[in-house]
Design a protein around this ligand. Structure first.
Ligand code: GLN
Length: 467
């Protein structure tokens, strides 16, 4: 990516990005732009460069921020009426880390409210359009971030991925999207969805840029006690594509996900990526993981429970939207939560409280956690024999806006390929793999054992240069 230096002004990089953001206004990518503060920061950075000061690895690079990361730039809305006017008192660690390296936030991007969804249709601010076809969804929940990168408004955008929210929109828009090992990047300051699978990552047009940003964000943070020591090490990338991976890998293709239920054009694109892996000298074999068919049900029990718990703080009292005219405390809760949440948020809160309720806890929540343990065990088993796994990112390319209206289960089914690694805390990266006959992008997904993030990114970089 282009960084600012003595000949390239940060101000012009930022202005160019802001101009493009305006130009692509109809895509509804941003919930708010940060023009004034961004230009001011760029001018300050240029002055530091002129003074010969050391500036960071992302000096003057404009970036887009999913609107569920707290920072002092604009309101952190999570694309929900509940937080429409919420000014964050803190800055997310991930934001701080990229900004300490000189990156400049040009705006906040649209998402499904509270990151519940896979299309950005659940946003209080309306849907974001797909970068390849304006009649289709951007994917989600990080839809705005994916389109901002795909349309070259910014070289990278930050996102969160609980069950696919970085990988699937990356795939729907032909960019890279990395979800790290659970705990690799601090979640501090990001609006919580499901605490046991929430991860922070990045979407970018090149594998090298993705790797660079990931390595900057990763590492221990005392504000998030689930964070791990930095095992991504020194930057794995210099921004150049086509770098050589050190070893030849043994890669398993998850055959359960290469047939029924997955559209033929998606399978074909994934197969072509697999072929390239073979041509590059890696060993590829089919593996079967039948247990993964239960992952979707497990995900939609475990995460709903965590969502219900995390969203209970939005009571209309402490902060966020408060309905007018309530006559009792109970009414404040009811009316504020009714008015502030989107229908999908409410559905999840209700299901979550149901699976946690005393009569049903054992039958749903406890059982789901047991199956989750089996899924983790199955991954551990295959990773004894394989370095990495590959499968598609989503069963379809970007679908039509409104196509899943009124069919919640169909919408949830679209997450079938991204939720399994999330339940096991595994790193996974979506890489562009091909196109459909109508020009929609299709991604493939590389999945590795915990802490193999660096290996995944290196392979993505190596394959990027292969035609
Ligand atoms: N689409 C998935 C869901 O709706 C994942 C969302 C996410 O990763 N935030 O739960």
């Amino acid at each position: 990516m282009k960084t600012a230096n003595k000949t390239t002004a940060a101000v012009s990089l930022v202005r160019e990005a802001l101009d493009k953001a305006e130009k692509f206004g109809e895509y509804n990518i941003f919930t708010s732009l940060n023009a004034e503060a961004a230009l001011k920061r760029a001018a300050e950075l240029d002055a530091r460069i002129a003074a010969g000061e050391e500036v960071g690895r992302l000096a003057g690079v404009p970036y887009a921020l999913k609107d569920n990361f707290q920072s002092h730039d604009g309101n952190t809305t999570a694309s929900a009426k509940m937080l429409e006017n919420y000014l964050a008192p803190v800055t997310a660690t991930a934001v701080k880390r990229v900004e300490d390296e000189g990156a400049i936030c040009i705006g906040r991007t649209n998402l499904d409210a509270f990151a519940h969804g896979a299309s950005t249709e659940n946003s209080y601010f309306g849907v974001t359009l797909n970068s390849r076809d304006k009649t289709r969804v951007a994917g989600g929940s990080s839809g705005g971030s994916a389109v901002a990168a795909a349309l070259d408004i910014v070289p990278f955008a930050l996102g969160s991925d609980t069950g696919g929210s970085i990988r699937q929109p990356a795939s729907f828009n032909g960019v890279y999207g990395m979800k790290p090992t659970f705990g690799a990047v601090s979640r501090y300051g990001v609006v919580a969805m499901a605490s046991s699978t929430d991860t922070i990552g990045c979407l970018a047009r090149t594998a090298g840029d993705t790797a660079l940003v990931m390595s900057i964000m990763a590492g221990k943070d005392e504000k998030d006690h689930t964070t791990l020591d930095d095992f991504m090490g020194e930057p794995v990338a210099t921004g150049k594509s086509g770098s050589k991976a050190a070893d030849k890998l043994k890669i398993g293709v998850i055959k359960d996900f290469m047939g029924e239920g997955v559209e033929p054009e998606v399978v074909k694109a994934t197969e072509s990526y697999v072929k390239k892996l073979e041509q590059a000298g890696h060993t590829v074999q089919e593996v079967s993981m039948p247990i993964l068919k239960y992952a979707l049900a497990v995900y939609y029990i475990v995460t709903q429970a965590e969502i219900a718990s995390n969203l209970s703080r939005h009571d209309g009292v402490r902060y966020g939207y408060r309905a007018k005219g309530a006559k009792s405390l109970g009414e404040i809760y009811n009316k504020s939560r009714d008015g502030g949440f989107m229908p999908e948020n409410k559905r999840r809160i209700m299901t979550g409280n149901f699976v946690l309720s005393s009569g049903f806890f054992d039958a749903y929540y406890l059982k789901a956690q047991k199956v989750r343990t089996l899924i983790i065990g199955a991954y551990n088993e295959v990773f004894r024999d394989y370095d990495l796994l590959v499968c598609p990112v989503a069963p379809t390319p970007a679908f039509k806006i409104g196509e899943n209206d009124g069919d919640v289960l169909k919408a949830y089914m679209g997450d079938i390929l991204t939720v399994p690694p999330s339940l096991a805390g595994l790193p996974a990266i979506a890489v562009p793999a091909g196109e459909t006959s109508t020009g929609l992008s299709v991604g493939a997904q590389l999945i590795g054992p915990r802490r193999s993030d660096r290996r995944l990114m290196q392979l993505a970089m190596e394959m990027e240069g292969v035609k």
